[in-house]
Design a protein around this ligand. Structure first.
Ligand code: PRP
Length: 213
């Protein structure tokens, strides 16, 4: 039996990911009531799950500590190297948008300051439009940047739209949709090919509405 180590994104995506694994016939009950523990091995020793921050999923997979990872496309765009992206799980769906306060003038000729946790996504978006902007990288609570005058607008993830609304912002432009992906370490895809594809096929069957493994 081939053992697989899987890095999962802690937090928002965690519940939906585990539900998907369960539907694919993988017993994840040992992850319930987990309290502050971060490494879990299934009773049959087939799977080890690591619970890590989204951006660290790519690091664990790139270094081969995890064979696979489950992480949002938003993170993959910012950390694009050292793994294969294998499957869109169609969970954790949201989008990248440009947002600001209602008096924002996207088409005036002023050089815009754009606050974001996602500098690659933001600069690529404005580069494609032929617009020269200043990117201001911040780590969170991005929505307050235009309100406080740090930036003219933000590029951020919008899921329900609640954070924008509650901070008096609105969407001016959608950039692209985002969802969770399965990524795989390049060397492990060769070494553990059968086990990895068995898992991926099982997950794919569930999301396509087919039979569970
Ligand atoms: C993300 C994102 C938005 C919010 C969008 O932040 O950066 O702030 O979620 O979700 P909504 O449209 O459902 O309101 P996160 O919760 O990860 O927190 P952070 O700002 O501290 O990074």
């Amino acid at each position: 039996m081939t053992q697989l180590t899987i890095a999962l994104t802690k937090g928002r995506l965690e519940k939906q990911t585990l539900a998907l694994f369960k539907q694919a016939g993988i017993d994840v009950s040992f992850l319930q009531d987990k309290q502050r523990k971060l490494i879990f091995t299934s009773p049959d020793h087939r799977f080890t799950f690591l619970l890590v921050k989204a951006a660290d999923v790519t690091t664990y997979v790139r270094h081969g500590v995890a064979d696979l990872g489950i992480v949002g496309k938003d993170v993959l765009i910012e950390h694009p190297f050292g793994y294969y992206e294998m499957l869109d799980l169609k969970i954790g769906t949201c989008k990248f948008s440009v947002a600001s306060t209602k008096n924002y003038q996207p088409n005036d000729y002023k050089r815009k300051r754009i606050a974001t946790k996602y500098p690659t996504v933001a600069s690529e978006h404005f580069r494609k439009k032929g617009e020269d902007v200043e990117i201001i990288k911040i780590e969170g609570s991005v929505e307050i940047a235009p309100v406080l005058g740090l930036a003219d607008a933000i590029v951020d993830i919008v899921e329900t739209g609640t954070t924008l609304r509650e901070n008096g912002l609105e969407i001016f432009e959608d950039i692209c949709p985002v969802s969770a992906r399965v990524i795989v370490n390049k060397a492990m895809l060769k070494r553990k090919r059968q086990a990895i594809f068995q898992l991926i096929d099982g997950l794919e069957n569930v999301i396509e509405g087919g039979e569970t493994i």
